[in-house]
Design a protein around this ligand. Structure first.
Ligand code: CO
Length: 470
């Protein structure tokens, strides 16, 4: 038998972003990250995902840290490794659609502060919501990776994914990611999917999944055998459960095969040793719930992401309607169908979930319709894989005509206006973007930042006074 040509699988390490977002509510601080990055830089990772997603909001809101400052510090420490971020298309990292000028400026500043690879996705897989960010990344000569939100349903055939991949390649993306946020991709389906994608496009394919349903390690194995170029993993203390498969385990799996990463397990063990006390502390404080570490088989049964299930349960608890849990679980796929069968990921997961709760609790489907449901059924989030149910559209928005254009085409440039609102607080250009994304949280942070400075100034003046008594 001829020896297979060597093709080491590339690894994206997620411990500084997705892993702690998935397990400990994104609470890892910059100070906790910095002491280990020298070692992480020596591993040989394809990239380290360390920014974007929920890290931006959580830094400002809970950790009182400037996310841009974190990025610059990581950039200074990672001398050989590419830094990667997650970016929600026209939403950037926020919760509404932004004008193109804000999106382009955010992309430009992300690269300027140290990002190398930007992973861009849209909840509905409407590629028009990604155009602006991809073009901006290409203008900066950065790596634009477009992610397809992976889901199951009538619309999501192999042809659908192959068609998407071809369009993504022709849009000018540098690579494609299959983003399986719920852990729905099972091993043999991964073989089919990756084989088909590798035939259809030339750019590299990255697979991103979560361990939620317990199959992720096997899925990676089959995907890599089928030609998948990059997989996303997390160092073991923050792996598995709702996070990614463990880096060390995947490295060992491919040892001695054509996919051998060549990584040093001793070095990975030292990195794991560094993070383990953080995990123990999170378990002790209750921040890390052992429940999320197990296999959540309901995810496969109901095809609903783990996070959405727990949100649902707490929503029903608040309404003292926990006994309707299974009714709501059955209503979710029906609402999803009415809404054009979108993938369930932020924000579509919340929109569909909340509407399903209302449909069940109010006793009549669509008797009450949320503002977000109306926006979605008006086309304001973009186009879905299947058409909306016309009867439901009529109930929700009456005779108003849904829009069919790219939603951001209707948003006027807004950067100048936003900039004018914070001239008093601006200390760096990036503050404008921070404020654009999270206005109230940003203002609170800017006030905190100034107060800290005043404190330092007063302390310095005191020392001076002591040294030079007048
Ligand atoms: Co993820």
């Amino acid at each position: 038998m001829a020896e297979q040509a060597k093709k080491p699988v590339k690894i994206t390490e997620t411990i500084l972003r997705d892993a702690h977002q998935s397990l400990i509510a994104t609470r890892m601080t910059t100070e906790q990250m910095l002491p280990i990055i020298d070692k992480m830089d020596k591993v040989g990772y394809h990239s380290v995902e360390c920014w974007g997603g929920a890290t931006f909001d959580a830094s400002l809101r809970f950790l009182k840290e400037d996310p841009w400052e974190r990025l610059r510090k990581l950039r200074a420490g990672f001398k050989n490794t590419k830094l990667q971020m997650l970016f929600r298309g026209q939403n950037i990292l926020g919760y509404r659609h932004y004008a193109d000028d804000v999106v382009a400026y955010f992309v430009q500043k992300s690269f300027a502060n140290g990002i190398d690879i930007i992973r861009i996705f849209d909840a509905l897989n409407d590629l028009r919501n990604l155009e602006c960010a991809v073009n901006a990344a290409n203008k900066e000569k950065g790596h634009a990776q477009i992610a397809i939100s992976y889901t199951l349903g009538d619309a999501y055939t192999l042809d659908y994914y192959v068609g998407m991949a071809k369009r993504i390649e022709s849009m000018g993306a540098s690579s494609i990611c299959i983003k399986d946020m719920a852990g729905l991709l099972v091993p043999y389906k991964a073989t089919e999917l990756i084989t088909a994608l590798k035939k259809a496009v030339k750019i590299p394919i990255d697979l991103h999944t979560h361990y939620t349903s317990g199959v992720a390690g096997m899925t990676y194995l089959k995907a890599v055998e089928a030609g998948c170029d990059i997989i996303d993993t997390a160092v073991s203390p923050f792996a598995m459960g709702t996070s990614q498969p463990a880096t060390e385990v995947m490295v060992e799996t491919f040892k001695g095969t054509p996919f051998d990463t060549g990584f040093d397990q001793k070095l990975l063990a030292e990195i794991a040793d560094y993070f383990r006390p953080m995990r123990d502390e999170a378990l002790d404080s209750g921040r890390l719930n052992p429940k999320v570490m197990g296999v959540n088989i309901k995810t496969l049964l109901y095809q609903v992401p783990g996070g959405m299930l727990s949100n649902l349960l707490s929503q029903l608890k608040e309404q003292k309607a926990e006994d309707r849990y299974y009714d709501v679980l059955e209503e979710i796929p029906r609402v999803r169908k009415d809404f054009g069968e979108p993938p369930l990921v932020t924000p579509s997961s919340q929109i569909v979930g909340t509407q399903a709760v209302l449909n069940v609790l109010s006793g009549e489907r669509y008797k009450m319709v949320t503002k977000e449901s109306k926006a979605m059924l008006s086309g304001q989030y973009g186009q879905t894989a299947k058409p909306f149910n016309p009867e439901v559209v009529k109930k929700a928005i009456g005779d108003a005509k849904p829009i069919t254009c790219r939603p951001a085409d209707l948003i006027k440039p807004e950067l100048k206006k936003i900039e004018a609102e914070i001239t008093d607080w601006k200390e760096q250009d990036e503050d404008v973007l921070t404020y654009a994304l999270f206005p109230q949280v940003a203002l609170d942070f800017f006030k905190y930042r100034q107060a800290q400075k005043t404190k330092v100034d007063v302390a310095a003046a005191d020392t001076q006074n002591q040294a030079y008594p007048v």
